[in-house]
Design a protein around this ligand. Structure first.
Ligand SMILES: [Zn+2]
Length: 223
């Protein structure tokens, strides 16, 4: 058994779960998990069906994108994942999807303000739009790392999809689900053309303070 076996199993199981729930489609999107205490992460391979994926198909890379284990080509977004782990020591799992409702909001470049308590508790103060950069490029990785210093755990990538973080993989999966629920509710509310109300500022700030507390614990390795 390879030393990265737990991470590989976790990615395979999570990819299957996200595909069955409709958040990942065919080969679109990618997900990764940080290997604790090392500058290393495990990530899905490039262009490979999630439902056929086995632990041996998962790639293990260091932050310079050198391959440590795995024979398949790693996701083209590996550079983006490495940039996130470097910029955000609190993040231990990253999920990038092309989930439909969040993607729709990126087309009209509409960020999600603080609408629900659970949204601010787990995703942050708002879900911002990160400006467009072509998939699989260093430009995309640079653009992403410039925009994630505000400690939010979910972002939308213009004309592309969603980017969601967690202090562990289970949290990241729940955050994907919260983001899609918020995106759909917000789109429906916008369709009415009536004024959309947000939650009170004080509630948003208290919820965000709890999220920051979790992030600081994760940075210290307490999770
Ligand atoms: Zn993508």
């Amino acid at each position: 058994m390879g030393s990265y076996e737990n991470a590989k199993n976790l990615i395979v199981e999570t990819a299957r779960q996200l595909t069955n729930k409709g958040y990942l489609m065919a080969t679109g999107g990618n997900l990764s998990v940080r290997i604790a205490g090392q500058q290393v992460f495990a990530i899905t391979p490039s262009n490979y069906d999630y439902l056929k994926m086995l632990p041996d198909d998962i790639c293990v890379l260091d932050f310079k994108l050198n391959s440590l284990e795995g024979t398949r080509k790693a996701s083209v977004e590996s550079g983006m994942h490495a940039a996130i782990y470097k910029a955000r020591p609190d993040v231990n799992a990253v999920i990038h999807t092309h989930q439909v409702y969040a993607s729709a909001l990126t087309l009209i470049r509409t960020p999600i303000p603080a609408l629900f308590d659970e949204q601010t508790r787990f995703l942050g103060r708002s879900v911002k739009i990160i400006p467009y950069a072509p998939s699989g490029t260093g430009m995309l990785a640079n653009t992403i790392s410039r925009h994630i210093g505000d400690h939010n755990n979910a972002y939308m990538m213009q004309n592309h999809g969603a980017l969601v973080f967690g202090n562990d993989m289970e949290r990241a999966v729940h955050n994907v689900e919260i983001l899609e629920k918020c995106s759909l509710a917000y789109l429906l509310a916008l369709c009415t053309e009536r004024k959309v109300s947000g939650i009170p500022l004080i509630v948003r700030e208290l919820a965000f303070a709890s999220l920051r507390k979790d992030q600081k614990k994760a940075e210290a390795g307490d999770f």
